[in-house]
Ligand binder design. Structure first.
Ligand SMILES: [Zn+2]
Length: 281
């Protein structure tokens, strides 16, 4: 199958597609190998602040190359770009989808910056995700202090003034780890879903319950972002494996263990978002 756009990857099955943050070769391989072993589509994301770190353009190229060679459908996705320049960088690297996050701006400014990105992306067949309402928490080192839930009355205006493939919503979901039990405003999600003519995206998937995932998918969520759980799974595997024989400094075995741990986590999520959720409805 290889590299596919966000628009295409969300049409492959009737569940939601897992989107996982990528930080290096091993996390990229773990995420893509999971999709291959499951025979399911996946979205491999890299955050805008991460892609903009020195040397990480090569990681973007690696992600695109792995996707092209994959037997599974893989969307390579730029997560949370606040500017056109980073979107253009990702498009030049061969990414098949970008997110322009104008959620911190006014509705009019968000529409304006989103349209600048879609104008470029449309011309080269790249999908675009936008966001309405800002999420609390820290995403790849960037903190959002003024979270606001998506205002359903803004949805029609935003979607009729833009040409996006997916819309990220803020319904009580947050980046990073939740403090206490996460609460999602499903009434708000339903109102948004009734108006929206594009698939919806749920960020901040780490720590949500299977029941919340199932309900969200049944209401129109087609993409679920998982970032923190990738980092935690990887680092926990690194620490545990290195403890076995610390003096070995096993630069072959330890990263492979990290890759396998990420792969197993991603396989479970892909399966649940695609099929398993139906058992809870
Ligand atoms: Zn996010």
């Amino acid at each position: 199958m290889g590299l596919v756009t966000l628009e295409e990857v969300m049409k492959i099955h009737d569940g939601a597609v897992g989107a996982f943050s990528t930080y290096d070769l091993y996390s990229a391989q773990g995420i893509i190998n999971a999709a291959e072993e499951k025979g399911l589509p996946v979205i491999a994301m890299i955050g805008s602040p991460v892609l903009n770190k020195l040397g990480n353009e090569e990681l973007g190229e690696i992600m695109v190359n792995l996707a092209k060679k994959s037997s599974a459908p893989v969307c390579v996705f730029l997560d949370h770009s606040k500017d056109l320049a980073t979107c253009i960088k990702a498009i030049r690297l061969g990414f098949s989808a970008v997110m322009i996050d104008g959620s911190h701006l006014s509705l009019e400014e968000n529409i304006e910056v989103t349209n600048k990105v879609t104008e470029v992306a449309r011309g080269v067949g790249v999908s675009v995700e936008a966001e309405l309402g800002a999420l609390a928490g820290i995403e790849d080192g960037e903190e959002v202090k003024n979270a606001k839930m998506t205002d359903p009355t803004h949805v029609d205006k935003f979607l009729s003034s833009t040409d996006v493939d997916a819309l990220a919503v803020s319904i009580g979901n947050a980046h990073g780890l939740y403090k206490g039990e996460p609460k999602l405003d499903f009434e708000r999600l339903q109102k948004i879903a009734d108006i929206a003519n594009v698939p919806l995206v749920l960020h901040g998937g780490t720590g949500l319950t299977v029941e919340q995932f199932a309900k969200g998918v049944s209401m129109g969520i087609k993409k679920i972002n998982i970032g923190t759980e990738v980092k935690k799974t990887y680092i926990d595997a690194f620490i545990e494996t290195s403890k076995v024989n610390p003096a070995a400094h096993d630069m072959v075995g330890i990263p492979l263990a990290c890759k396998d741990a990420v792969k197993e986590m991603v396989k479970d999520k892909l399966e649940f978002f695609a099929r398993g959720y139906k058992e809870l409805l």
